[in-house]
Design a protein around this ligand. Structure first.
Ligand SMILES: C[S@@+](CC[C@H](N)C(=O)[O-])C[C@H]1O[C@@H](n2cnc3c(N)ncnc32)[C@H](O)[C@@H]1O
Length: 257
Protein backbone atom coordinates (compact mmCIF):
# COMPACT_ATOMS: atom_id res chain seq x y z
CA UNK A 1 0.00 0.00 0.00
CA UNK A 2 1.48 3.34 -1.06
CA UNK A 3 1.12 6.07 1.53
CA UNK A 4 3.55 8.73 0.22
CA UNK A 5 1.85 11.68 -1.47
CA UNK A 6 4.03 14.30 -3.05
CA UNK A 7 1.29 16.96 -2.58
CA UNK A 8 2.54 17.34 1.02
CA UNK A 9 6.08 18.14 -0.16
CA UNK A 10 5.62 19.90 -3.52
CA UNK A 11 7.81 22.95 -3.99
CA UNK A 12 10.06 22.22 -1.00
CA UNK A 13 13.82 22.85 -1.17
CA UNK A 14 14.50 19.32 -2.46
CA UNK A 15 11.99 19.88 -5.28
CA UNK A 16 13.67 23.15 -6.22
CA UNK A 17 17.10 21.51 -6.51
CA UNK A 18 15.71 18.53 -8.48
CA UNK A 19 13.42 20.52 -10.77
CA UNK A 20 15.93 23.32 -11.46
CA UNK A 21 18.72 20.93 -12.52
CA UNK A 22 16.27 18.74 -14.41
CA UNK A 23 14.73 21.69 -16.29
CA UNK A 24 18.21 22.89 -17.24
CA UNK A 25 19.18 19.41 -18.52
CA UNK A 26 15.96 18.96 -20.52
CA UNK A 27 16.29 22.43 -22.06
CA UNK A 28 19.96 21.81 -22.94
CA UNK A 29 19.12 18.48 -24.61
CA UNK A 30 16.10 19.95 -26.43
CA UNK A 31 18.35 22.67 -27.80
CA UNK A 32 19.69 20.10 -30.30
CA UNK A 33 17.44 19.33 -33.29
CA UNK A 34 17.47 15.53 -32.81
CA UNK A 35 14.41 13.97 -31.13
CA UNK A 36 14.73 12.55 -27.61
CA UNK A 37 12.90 10.38 -25.10
CA UNK A 38 12.05 11.49 -21.54
CA UNK A 39 11.30 8.62 -19.15
CA UNK A 40 10.21 8.94 -15.52
CA UNK A 41 9.72 5.96 -13.20
CA UNK A 42 7.94 7.78 -10.32
CA UNK A 43 6.02 10.57 -12.00
CA UNK A 44 3.65 11.83 -9.28
CA UNK A 45 0.62 13.91 -10.28
CA UNK A 46 2.44 16.37 -12.54
CA UNK A 47 0.82 19.54 -11.26
CA UNK A 48 0.44 20.73 -7.65
CA UNK A 49 -1.45 23.50 -5.84
CA UNK A 50 0.55 25.08 -3.03
CA UNK A 51 -2.69 26.36 -1.46
CA UNK A 52 -4.11 22.80 -1.28
CA UNK A 53 -4.70 21.49 2.31
CA UNK A 54 -1.81 18.98 2.01
CA UNK A 55 0.75 21.66 1.08
CA UNK A 56 -0.61 24.17 3.60
CA UNK A 57 -0.46 21.53 6.36
CA UNK A 58 3.31 21.03 6.02
CA UNK A 59 4.21 24.53 4.76
CA UNK A 60 7.29 23.01 3.08
CA UNK A 61 7.17 25.32 0.04
CA UNK A 62 8.06 28.27 2.30
CA UNK A 63 11.66 27.06 2.56
CA UNK A 64 11.69 26.03 -1.11
CA UNK A 65 10.08 27.69 -4.10
CA UNK A 66 8.73 30.62 -2.07
CA UNK A 67 12.23 31.42 -0.78
CA UNK A 68 14.28 30.53 -3.85
CA UNK A 69 12.28 31.14 -7.07
CA UNK A 70 13.12 34.84 -7.34
CA UNK A 71 16.85 33.96 -7.26
CA UNK A 72 16.56 32.29 -10.68
CA UNK A 73 16.87 34.51 -13.75
CA UNK A 74 13.52 34.89 -15.59
CA UNK A 75 14.92 33.00 -18.61
CA UNK A 76 16.11 30.00 -16.55
CA UNK A 77 14.14 26.95 -17.76
CA UNK A 78 12.88 26.28 -14.19
CA UNK A 79 11.56 29.85 -13.86
CA UNK A 80 10.01 29.66 -17.31
CA UNK A 81 8.08 26.51 -16.31
CA UNK A 82 7.04 28.04 -12.99
CA UNK A 83 5.81 31.20 -14.72
CA UNK A 84 3.97 29.18 -17.39
CA UNK A 85 1.97 27.08 -14.89
CA UNK A 86 1.22 30.13 -12.73
CA UNK A 87 -0.07 31.97 -15.80
CA UNK A 88 -2.23 28.98 -16.76
CA UNK A 89 -3.44 27.76 -13.33
CA UNK A 90 -3.00 30.65 -10.89
CA UNK A 91 -0.25 31.92 -8.57
CA UNK A 92 -0.26 28.82 -6.30
CA UNK A 93 0.37 26.31 -9.10
CA UNK A 94 3.62 24.34 -8.98
CA UNK A 95 4.90 22.09 -11.82
CA UNK A 96 6.01 18.54 -11.11
CA UNK A 97 8.77 17.02 -13.22
CA UNK A 98 6.42 15.52 -15.89
CA UNK A 99 4.86 18.93 -16.59
CA UNK A 100 8.35 20.51 -16.69
CA UNK A 101 9.27 17.94 -19.36
CA UNK A 102 6.01 18.58 -21.23
CA UNK A 103 6.64 22.32 -21.27
CA UNK A 104 10.28 22.10 -22.41
CA UNK A 105 10.12 19.27 -24.97
CA UNK A 106 8.99 19.44 -28.58
CA UNK A 107 6.02 17.68 -30.26
CA UNK A 108 8.37 15.16 -31.91
CA UNK A 109 9.96 14.10 -28.60
CA UNK A 110 8.60 11.13 -26.63
CA UNK A 111 7.52 11.18 -22.96
CA UNK A 112 6.96 7.92 -21.03
CA UNK A 113 5.80 8.14 -17.40
CA UNK A 114 4.96 5.55 -14.73
CA UNK A 115 2.87 6.22 -11.62
CA UNK A 116 1.56 3.41 -9.43
CA UNK A 117 -0.94 5.21 -7.18
CA UNK A 118 -4.39 5.19 -8.87
CA UNK A 119 -5.40 8.70 -7.76
CA UNK A 120 -2.01 10.20 -8.62
CA UNK A 121 -2.08 8.43 -11.97
CA UNK A 122 -5.53 9.88 -12.78
CA UNK A 123 -4.36 13.38 -11.84
CA UNK A 124 -1.18 12.87 -13.90
CA UNK A 125 -3.22 11.98 -17.00
CA UNK A 126 -5.21 15.17 -16.54
CA UNK A 127 -2.09 17.33 -16.01
CA UNK A 128 -0.40 15.85 -19.08
CA UNK A 129 -3.46 16.22 -21.35
CA UNK A 130 -2.00 19.27 -23.15
CA UNK A 131 1.14 17.29 -24.03
CA UNK A 132 1.71 14.14 -26.03
CA UNK A 133 2.73 11.65 -23.30
CA UNK A 134 2.32 7.99 -22.32
CA UNK A 135 1.16 7.80 -18.68
CA UNK A 136 1.47 4.20 -17.55
CA UNK A 137 -0.27 2.91 -14.44
CA UNK A 138 2.45 0.43 -13.53
CA UNK A 139 5.60 -0.14 -11.50
CA UNK A 140 8.23 2.37 -12.63
CA UNK A 141 11.17 0.00 -12.27
CA UNK A 142 9.49 -2.62 -14.50
CA UNK A 143 8.55 0.11 -16.99
CA UNK A 144 12.17 1.37 -17.19
CA UNK A 145 13.44 -2.17 -17.77
CA UNK A 146 10.89 -2.67 -20.56
CA UNK A 147 11.38 0.71 -22.28
CA UNK A 148 15.21 1.01 -22.17
CA UNK A 149 16.87 1.41 -24.58
CA UNK A 150 14.12 3.67 -25.91
CA UNK A 151 13.34 5.02 -29.34
CA UNK A 152 14.42 7.77 -29.93
CA UNK A 153 17.74 6.61 -28.46
CA UNK A 154 18.82 10.06 -27.21
CA UNK A 155 17.21 10.78 -23.91
CA UNK A 156 16.95 11.18 -20.19
CA UNK A 157 15.54 8.87 -17.50
CA UNK A 158 14.51 10.19 -14.07
CA UNK A 159 14.23 7.90 -11.05
CA UNK A 160 12.59 9.77 -8.16
CA UNK A 161 11.37 7.21 -5.61
CA UNK A 162 9.79 8.18 -2.31
CA UNK A 163 12.07 5.61 -0.57
CA UNK A 164 9.12 4.46 1.54
CA UNK A 165 10.16 0.95 0.49
CA UNK A 166 13.47 0.78 2.37
CA UNK A 167 14.81 -1.95 0.04
CA UNK A 168 14.97 0.74 -2.67
CA UNK A 169 18.35 1.90 -1.30
CA UNK A 170 19.79 -1.59 -1.75
CA UNK A 171 18.25 -2.41 -5.11
CA UNK A 172 18.79 0.89 -6.95
CA UNK A 173 22.52 0.44 -7.77
CA UNK A 174 21.80 -2.92 -9.43
CA UNK A 175 18.83 -1.62 -11.37
CA UNK A 176 20.73 1.47 -12.53
CA UNK A 177 23.74 -0.61 -13.60
CA UNK A 178 21.40 -2.81 -15.65
CA UNK A 179 19.75 0.23 -17.32
CA UNK A 180 23.12 1.87 -18.03
CA UNK A 181 24.35 -1.36 -19.63
CA UNK A 182 21.26 -1.62 -21.83
CA UNK A 183 21.28 2.10 -22.67
CA UNK A 184 24.89 3.34 -22.55
CA UNK A 185 24.09 6.72 -24.13
CA UNK A 186 21.14 7.53 -21.84
CA UNK A 187 21.31 10.30 -19.27
CA UNK A 188 20.19 8.56 -16.06
CA UNK A 189 19.20 10.77 -13.11
CA UNK A 190 18.57 9.50 -9.58
CA UNK A 191 17.18 11.74 -6.83
CA UNK A 192 18.01 10.86 -3.21
CA UNK A 193 17.51 12.50 0.19
CA UNK A 194 20.40 13.38 2.51
CA UNK A 195 19.31 11.88 5.80
CA UNK A 196 20.65 12.15 9.32
CA UNK A 197 22.05 8.68 9.93
CA UNK A 198 23.13 8.53 6.25
CA UNK A 199 20.86 5.67 5.10
CA UNK A 200 21.74 6.79 1.56
CA UNK A 201 25.53 6.34 2.11
CA UNK A 202 26.06 2.71 0.98
CA UNK A 203 23.83 3.25 -2.08
CA UNK A 204 25.90 6.25 -3.17
CA UNK A 205 29.18 4.48 -2.56
CA UNK A 206 28.01 1.60 -4.81
CA UNK A 207 26.83 4.03 -7.50
CA UNK A 208 30.12 5.95 -7.48
CA UNK A 209 32.15 2.74 -7.78
CA UNK A 210 30.07 1.60 -10.77
CA UNK A 211 29.80 4.98 -12.57
CA UNK A 212 33.01 6.96 -11.97
CA UNK A 213 32.16 9.58 -14.64
CA UNK A 214 28.80 10.50 -13.08
CA UNK A 215 28.04 13.92 -11.61
CA UNK A 216 26.85 14.15 -8.02
CA UNK A 217 25.21 17.36 -6.83
CA UNK A 218 23.96 17.96 -3.30
CA UNK A 219 22.45 20.86 -1.41
CA UNK A 220 21.83 21.11 2.30
CA UNK A 221 18.95 22.93 3.96
CA UNK A 222 17.37 23.13 7.41
CA UNK A 223 14.94 20.30 8.25
CA UNK A 224 11.31 21.26 7.55
CA UNK A 225 10.34 20.38 11.14
CA UNK A 226 12.26 19.74 14.30
CA UNK A 227 13.42 16.13 14.24
CA UNK A 228 12.79 15.69 10.50
CA UNK A 229 15.54 13.48 9.10
CA UNK A 230 15.95 15.06 5.65
CA UNK A 231 18.69 17.69 5.81
CA UNK A 232 19.46 18.00 2.11
CA UNK A 233 18.97 16.40 -1.28
CA UNK A 234 21.05 15.07 -4.10
CA UNK A 235 21.04 14.12 -7.75
CA UNK A 236 23.30 11.45 -9.24
CA UNK A 237 23.59 11.92 -13.02
CA UNK A 238 25.14 9.32 -15.33
CA UNK A 239 26.26 10.77 -18.70
CA UNK A 240 25.73 14.36 -17.50
CA UNK A 241 24.98 16.84 -20.31
CA UNK A 242 27.84 19.17 -21.22
CA UNK A 243 28.41 21.94 -18.67
CA UNK A 244 26.01 20.48 -16.08
CA UNK A 245 28.82 20.90 -13.55
CA UNK A 246 28.75 24.67 -14.12
CA UNK A 247 24.97 24.83 -13.71
CA UNK A 248 25.19 22.67 -10.58
CA UNK A 249 27.68 25.16 -9.09
CA UNK A 250 25.32 28.05 -9.92
CA UNK A 251 22.44 26.26 -8.16
CA UNK A 252 24.61 25.61 -5.10
CA UNK A 253 25.48 29.32 -4.96
CA UNK A 254 21.83 30.23 -5.25
CA UNK A 255 20.91 27.97 -2.32
CA UNK A 256 23.74 29.48 -0.26
CA UNK A 257 22.93 33.11 -1.12
C1 LIG B 1 8.57 11.70 -5.06
S1 LIG B 1 7.04 11.40 -5.84
C2 LIG B 1 7.33 11.88 -7.50
C3 LIG B 1 7.48 13.35 -7.73
C4 LIG B 1 7.78 13.73 -9.16
N1 LIG B 1 8.92 12.98 -9.67
C5 LIG B 1 8.09 15.21 -9.28
O1 LIG B 1 9.25 15.60 -9.02
O2 LIG B 1 7.19 15.97 -9.62
C6 LIG B 1 7.05 9.63 -5.95
C7 LIG B 1 5.81 9.05 -6.64
O3 LIG B 1 6.08 7.67 -6.93
C8 LIG B 1 4.88 6.93 -6.82
N2 LIG B 1 5.33 5.52 -6.68
C9 LIG B 1 5.73 4.86 -5.57
N3 LIG B 1 6.19 3.63 -5.89
C10 LIG B 1 6.11 3.53 -7.25
C11 LIG B 1 6.48 2.52 -8.18
N4 LIG B 1 7.02 1.37 -7.78
N5 LIG B 1 6.27 2.76 -9.49
C12 LIG B 1 5.72 3.92 -9.92
N6 LIG B 1 5.34 4.92 -9.08
C13 LIG B 1 5.54 4.73 -7.76
C14 LIG B 1 4.17 7.54 -5.64
O4 LIG B 1 2.79 7.28 -5.70
C15 LIG B 1 4.52 9.04 -5.82
O5 LIG B 1 3.51 9.70 -6.54
Amino acid sequence: MLSYQHAYHAGNAADVQKHALLAWMIAAMADKPKAMTYIETHAGRGLYALDAPEAVKTGEAAGGVERLAARFAPDHPYRRCLDAVRAAHGPSAYPGSPVIAGLLLRVFDRIVLAELHPREHAALSEAMAPFEAEERHEDGFAMARAVCPPTPRRGLLVIDPSYEVKEDYARLPGLIAELARKWPVGVIVLWYPLLTGAAHGPMLAALERAHPGALRHEVRFPPVREGHRMVGSGLFVINPPWRLDEEAARISALFDA
